[in-house]
Unconditional design. Structure first.
Length: 410
């Protein structure tokens, strides 16, 4: 028989699922497919289509991509070309998906990713968590906003979760070369490595770094063979444009200090924005370095605590960090969920606080329309982004405190 808390939890999960369903239905019937539902996947599909029909020299050409994407986007008012800033080797799977029409391909892509995510999270849960202590864990992860947003956009984060999870498993099993090779999978989104590689370097994990280097060189060599030097040159130029800011980058709705910088610059001044965001980035980096220094050797639990804090810090400090990247926290959360040191209350705050914020955004937006009140520019992105930024910092601070207590106890 279900307890009162269990019934409340199930009711909350059902409400979240209902909210997501409403968002998807609205997107399909009011805005249409790929506007914005599935827009990121359309970008990946169009890159595969261009590679099939025009060659890799045009894969990073925004004009070529834009013509294809526009043909399948219902809403032309807010249409912006979305590039696929991946190494040529990572474009290959989308060449296969591009053999199907984009609508059918998106359905197939989403189904495949959902199956893989459920299978892999269940696999990790069986490895790391006892049957009695995993109630609410998998539903919470699957219904967390980063998961929904990843599938809503048609993103590739399931593959990043698998690479991170396998890195963590191999590292804990004392297989550093294998661990490093899996970490190279994060080259799908290189900004996610901004703290992980220094972490391994500081710890003197030469074999893990060697495995990463070998796998990275293999991916680079394959990319050169597939896309040629010209393709890599165009990709590098595209990355530079991402740093400066493409129209589709959307920094005002990120989960990092850059998001705060953008809003402070808009509503106060760029100087104030840079001072506050710069101090935040420096403090985040400092706490992460302190976390690494406190990490004792040969302690699996302490390593995963540090790993969780490092991922959370990465999401807060890296220059390109959207809501869906929150999925990168999954492997370490699953490992720690069964331990006595991990506060399950923090996990449920991480699941429910963004949903409450999202509901508030929709409610205030609806009331503002009724009252004909103009809200500040990008206010919704600021609220939801700030919520995730605060949660990232909470995970980092918890990790630092936990390892400090461990170090003092030792």
């Amino acid at each position: 028989m279900l307890t009162s808390s269990r019934r409340s939890q199930n009711l909350a999960f059902s409400a979240i699922a209902g909210l997501y369903l409403g968002i998807v239905i609205y997107s399909l019937f009011i805005e249409g497919l790929f506007a914005p539902l599935g827009r990121d996947f359309l970008a990946f599909w169009s890159a595969g289509y261009v590679a099939n029909t025009m060659g890799y020299s045009k894969v990073y050409d925004l004009e070529a991509l834009g013509k294809i994407q526009a043909a399948f986007t219902s809403s032309q008012k807010s249409f912006l070309t979305i590039p696929s800033p991946f190494l040529p080797v990572f474009i290959v799977p989308f060449r296969i998906f591009a053999l199907l029409p984009p609508e059918a391909s998106f359905f197939l892509w989403s189904s495949l990713n959902l199956f893989l995510l459920i299978y892999y999270l269940s696999f990790l849960s069986r490895k790391f968590t006892s049957r009695q202590e995993k109630k609410g864990l998998l539903p919470g992860l699957l219904l967390a906003f980063p998961t929904f947003y990843s599938f809503y956009c048609g993103q590739i984060n399931v593959w990043l979760v698998i690479c991170l999870g396998e890195f963590m498993r191999a590292y804990l099993e004392r297989k550093p070369l294998k661990a490093g090779a899996y970490l190279a999978g994060l080259l799908l989104k290189p900004q996610t490595l901004i703290l992980l590689l220094p972490f391994l370097l500081l710890k003197g994990e030469i074999k893990a770094l060697g495995g990463f280097t070998l796998a990275a060189l293999a991916l680079l060599a394959l990319s050169i063979l597939i896309g040629g030097q010209e393709g890599l040159k165009e990709l590098f130029l595209l990355w530079l444009r991402y740093v400066k800011g493409l129209p589709t980058t959307g920094p005002e709705a990120m989960i990092n200090w850059r998001m705060l910088l953008v809003h402070l610059s808009i509503h106060l001044s760029p100087t104030i924005g840079w001072v506050i965001a710069g101090m935040g980035m420096a403090l985040t980096a400092g706490l992460t370095f302190y976390l690494w220094k406190k990490l004792p050797p040969n302690d699996s639990e302490a390593f995963v605590v540090a790993f969780l804090g490092t991922i959370a810090a990465t999401l807060a400090i890296t220059w390109h960090s959207h809501f869906h990247l929150g999925m990168l926290l999954f492997p370490s959360i699953i490992w720690l969920y069964h331990t006595k040191i991990f506060p399950k209350s923090l996990f449920y705050v991480w699941v429910f606080a963004p949903i409450a914020t999202l509901f508030l955004i929709y409610l205030v937006g609806a009331l503002a329309q009724i009252a004909k009140i103009t809200l500040p520019l990008y206010w919704g992105g600021f609220l939801l982004g700030s919520c995730f930024l605060a949660l990232n910092l909470c995970f980092l601070i918890w990790s630092v405190k936990t390892l400090s207590i461990k170090a003092n106890a030792g």
